[in-house]
Design a protein around this ligand. Structure first.
Ligand SMILES: C[S@@+](CC[C@H](N)C(=O)[O-])C[C@H]1O[C@@H](n2cnc3c(N)ncnc32)[C@H](O)[C@@H]1O
Length: 448
């Protein structure tokens, strides 16, 4: 069965907002199921990610113009209105009346005539009054202003304003609201930079080597990278830029024994193996059995032979032999990848940060037991919450005097990371640098 962009979009956002689904999984599933044309694919993707990103902003406006609060509406009506308003306010290519008519059709199809009439009334009212839309005043109430205008939950805005100040928080929110860039990591085991660039250009892509960060390229003009022959041949891996930095900072050497404690789907495991030129040994540990095949598939595709996978809880796993280097790329709140997964804004709660920080500390305590004397351990997360980052390390260091924090300033310089992203010797990348993500990278050394 074929469905159009708006039908796919409403089914996706309904699942994400009302049934706790994940945007990428839901959208990909529906795009395949409904045999969507490539033009509609692009619009459906924009509608889903855009309306999830701007949800608070849209709800604020809807609450000004509808005679029923968004919270009180039924799930379909609420999300149909969000999609309609997103087109009116943020998609210049779609004239307001067209957006309105199309949204009314959705309401008829997924609800009933009564809902369609309500949707029509609300959207026409907004269309007539677009110039009078106002948000809470920045000076009077910065938190509410940022919360609704830039569309973030109150608790995140409050935390960031405290940590970074008002203007920096606005910059961070703005950057997280941009469409994420596509970054790939060249597989140095299989191909040179020049060859990869030529191949991808021949496939119609635009590709740019990222200065100072080995193996990293920014690509554009192509949306389904995993369909390319070059991807299938293992010549590159799709990975965030900051995530690529993690492997470079751990810097494993040929022939070493390395532990990756939280390894699925294997992005960093495979990078470490590439840096080791397939020589040595990597143990890729992961809690979830169902993710192990992903690691194995990635290793196979990329031509990596030195990885052994195992399913164990990283908080309890034991080893007979120690490791030269360890990576603890811990499960985290993911606040740094909001641009890729905007529903994180609405799903994560402050108590999750607390629970996760406990898990992260336990992983670090257990993982670090297996590091050789003189060995190095990298702790990383894709979040910007201090409680999950520097505070976890400080709690660890307070009880483990055989470890010290390695000052990453000079390594960071080598990768062109500005000093404002270094805190207490560790790297806290914000979405205002080279990529619209946030990432934390710290290194510990065992002294005795
Ligand atoms: C941030 S992801 C790792 C990403 C991976 N390093 C990469 O670059 O592809 C964290 C991983 O930790 C796993 N995990 C969660 N709890 C764990 C635990 N207690 N022990 C080991 N792994 C765990 C999750 O299933 C997830 O795959």
């Amino acid at each position: 069965m074929q469905k159009n962009a708006r039908q796919v979009a409403i089914e996706s956002v309904y699942r994400v907002n009302e049934e706790d689904g994940y945007s990428n999984l839901t959208l990909n599933h529906l795009l395949q199921k409904y045999d969507v044309t490539s033009r509609d694919r692009a619009l459906a993707t924009e509608l889903v990610y855009g309306s999830l990103r701007m949800r608070n902003n849209l709800d604020w406006v809807l609450n000004q113009f509808a005679n029923r609060k968004v919270k009180k509406m039924d799930g379909w009506t609420r999300n149909i209105l969000r999609l309609g308003l997103y087109q009116i306010r943020f998609l210049n290519g779609i004239p307001g009346p067209v957006a309105c008519n199309e949204t009314v059709e959705l309401a008829k199809e997924y609800q009933h005539r009564g809902a369609a009439k309500f949707v029509n009334g609300v959207l026409r009212n907004i269309l007539r009054n677009l110039d009078s839309i106002e948000f809470p005043d920045l000076k009077d109430d910065p938190v509410q202003h940022i919360r609704f205008k830039y569309s973030f939950p109150q608790w995140m805005v409050e935390t960031w304003v405290k940590e970074y100040g008002i203007q920096k928080t606005i910059d961070i929110c703005n950057a997280f609201n941009q469409v994420p860039e596509k970054i790939i990591r060249k597989n140095s085991l299989k191909i040179s930079s020049k060859e990869l660039q030529n191949k991808l250009i021949n496939n119609g892509l635009e590709i740019e080597e990222i200065k100072d960060i080995p193996q990293a390229f920014r690509v554009s003009n192509y949306s389904r990278l995993s369909k390319l022959d070059s991807f299938k041949a293992g010549e590159f891996y799709i990975q965030g830029l900051y995530s690529i930095l993690v492997g470079h900072i751990l810097k494993p050497q040929l022939g070493e024994r390395v532990l990756d404690l939280c390894s699925a789907p294997g992005g960093k495991t495979t990078h470490l193996a590439e840096l080791m030129n397939n020589q040595g040994e990597i143990v890729a540990n992961e809690l979830h059995l169902n993710k192990i095949d992903l690691i194995k598939e990635n290793c196979k595709r990329l031509g990596i032979q030195i990885v052994t996978t195992q399913v164990q809880d990283g908080r309890e796993v034991e080893f007979n032999q120690s490791f030269d280097r360890i990576l603890v790329d811990a499960p985290c709140s993911g606040l740094g990848i909001i641009s890729k997964k905007p529903e994180i804004k609405w799903k994560k709660k402050p108590q999750d940060i607390h629970t996760l920080s406990q898990l992260q500390l336990e992983l670090l305590i257990n993982g670090s037991k297996f590091l050789k004397k003189g060995g190095e351990l990298v702790y990383s997360t894709c979040t910007i919450a201090a409680k999950e980052n520097i505070e976890v390390l400080n709690r660890f260091l307070a009880k483990n005097s055989d470890f010290n924090l390695v000052d990453l300033t000079s390594q960071a310089n080598d990768f062109g990371i500005p000093s404002k992203f270094i805190k207490e010797g560790s790297i806290q990348l914000l979405p205002t640098w080279k990529e619209n993500e946030g990432f934390f990278i710290a290194k510990l050394k065992r002294n005795f």
